[in-house]
Ligand binder design. Structure first.
Ligand code: M6R
Length: 369
């Protein structure tokens, strides 16, 4: 059942191009419009929404963070993203004009379920993004957009994450389409690029041997840091989470701009730091800023592991290890940039002799608060 792979996690990483393609299937028509029939929330309600609040836990929360960038950029509707476990206890401000999006692979996560129940009690509409048909979260929501990742067995979420990110883009683009805001050439070109993304994920998977080799060489390290900006920030958090849960290593993700506000004090000789670099095309300010961050940490001895787009030459002088990913629009980069981090964590866990599919102390679905 592991399809010839040693672990379910490896199989699920390999299944990502298909999972992504399946999640897009039938949802974009020939003219490039989105047809999300499952989103049974009437258009007039979606037009009146004045705030989106995303609730999720763990990896799904990172997908939600990426969604915030996409939703606010494409729709200009304010979007908050909150850990489901924190949400309810803070007495959040919600009403009929709030769209709550609950993201969950299993559909059974108690914290997320309690958050959505609270939101519905306040009169908000809840849209679930879920991978498990008929599970509790979609059953209790007003609408559901299923991710079509297929069953995910490994405790560490991989293919479900990529499909959650895709589903979040679909929701963002759909809101843009229904509301007519910022619905222009950029959105159409993103939809086109999204249709190609599964091939790009495939390309990344074909070039992972050096990442595995690098992971093995770091097996005796105690700490790995991850840096990113913009949507690269949640990717950094996701890379760190994967490493914690699989390799049991101290791993932290930071927004690269925060370095000088504290974390840079952690940098010492030969400390591995993974940096997710946004595309130099498009919003190049972001790119230039992160290149300076790489220089800053390298000057202090960090061993830099740089994830950068093909053709980005500016990073080459400062990268001790360079991992190339295909060119994508800035907002879509998480779909390709997360993959090397999954492979990295899986290989490090293996090299450290850990149980890849069943990390200690963890359960696949967390059905207690
Ligand atoms: O089933 P869910 O998506 O609601 O699960 C949320 C988290 O428990 C889950 O993503 C967890 O963080 C994973 N083990 C991460 O790999």
């Amino acid at each position: 059942e592991k399809g010839g792979y040693d672990y379910f996690m490896l199989k699920e990483i390999a299944e990502q191009p298909k999972a992504v393609a399946d999640t897009l299937l039938g949802r974009i028509d020939a003219s490039g419009s989105l047809a999300l029939d499952e989103v049974r929330i009437p258009d007039h309600v979606l037009r009146e929404i004045d705030k989106v609040v995303i609730v999720a836990c763990g990896t799904a929360f990172h997908a939600g963070m990426i969604a915030k960038y996409a939703i606010e950029h494409w729709t200009r509707v304010p979007c908050e993203v909150e850990l489901a476990s924190e949400f309810r206890y803070r007495d959040p401000i919600l009403d009929q004009r709030t769209l709550v999006v609950a993201i969950s692979q299993s559909g059974e996560t108690m914290d997320t379920l309690m958050a959505l129940r609270h939101a519905r009690e306040q009169g908000s509409k809840v849209l679930a993004i879920c991978n498990t048909n008929g599970s509790t979260i979609p059953r209790e929501s007003d609408a559901v957009l299923y991710t079509h990742a297929g069953p995910e067995v490994a405790v560490a979420s991989t293919k479900a994450f990529l499909t959650q990110v895709v589903a979040c883009y679909l929701v963002a683009l759909y809101l843009g389409q229904v509301r007519g805001t910022k619905w222009g050439d950029e959105i159409l070109s993103v939809i086109r690029e999204l249709s190609d993304i599964s091939k790009q994920v495939e390309q990344v998977l074909e070039t992972m041997e050096p990442v595995r080799e690098l992971a093995r060489s770091l097996k005796d390290k105690n700490t790995v840091l991850f840096l990113g900006r913009h949507v690269g920030y949640p990717v950094a958090l996701e890379g760190a989470l994967k490493l914690k849960e699989l390799a049991y290593m101290h791993a932290e993700g930071f927004a690269a701009g925060e370095l000088k506000h504290g974390p840079i004090a952690l940098i010492e000789d030969d400390l591995p730091v993974v940096v997710v670099v946004p595309s130099p095309r498009g919003r190049s300010v972001l790119h230039d800023k992160i290149v300076s961050n790489i220089q800053e940490i390298r000057a202090r001895g960090a061993r830099t592991i740089v994830i950068a787009e093909e053709g980005d030459e500016a990073v080459v002088p400062y990268a001790d290890h360079l991992v190339r990913v295909p060119q994508t629009p800035v907002l879509l980069q998480p779909l390709v940039a997360t993959v090397p981090l999954q492979v990295f964590a899986c290989e490090l866990a293996t090299a450290r002799g850990n149980e890849v599919d069943q990390p200690r102390n963890l359960a696949k679905s967390v059905t207690v608060e």
